[in-house]
Structures are given as C-alpha cells and as structure tokens.
Design a protein around this ligand. Structure first.
Ligand SMILES: [Zn+2]
Length: 84
C-alpha cells in the first residue's frame, strides 16, 4: 500500500488534498511570498500542512534568495477600531 503523503486533518480528521498554494513567510523583518507551493489542504476546515521537504526547500530559498519572479505592491493599513 502506498503511503499517503498527508495524514488526515489534525483538527477534523478528514481527507487532506494536495494543492499548489501561495505561502507568505516573514523572515528577518521582510515578507517573502512563494507561489505554487505544494501543500496539503484540509477539504473541510482549510487548514494547511507542509511536508518537511517543502518546509526545508522554503528555508533554503530564504537563506539564499534569488531574483524574485515578480514584486507585489501591498497596501498597508494602520489598525483602527471601527467598533462603536
Ligand atoms: Zn480540517
């Protein structure tokens, strides 16, 4: 029997499917965005799970950043309570 790549969801116990998703990582005060990262996504609660190999690859890309594919401009908002 083939070993499943992802265990069932840690939180709700349902099937986790692999998808290519964006992942944002803050590292040394900078925000890095990785696109098309293979990760397990719970089909019920949407919780995401990384296999150790993928987490390791992201770490090594952070250690030795290459030229980014593209750059995003991100709006930043100061938090202000709107609750009356
Ligand atoms: Zn779940």
């Amino acid at each position: 029997m083939m070993k499943k790549k992802y265990s069932d969801c840690f939180y709700c116990g349902v099937v986790v499917e692999e998808r290519l998703m964006p992942r944002e990582v803050r590292w040394e005060g900078r925000l890095f965005v990785f696109e098309n990262v293979p990760m397990g996504v719970c089909t019920q609660c949407g919780e995401k799970f990384l296999v150790p190999q993928v987490a390791k690859s992201i770490d090594s890309m952070l250690q030795r950043p290459r030229k980014p594919t593209k750059t995003l401009a991100v709006p930043v908002h100061e938090y202000k309570s709107d609750v009356v």
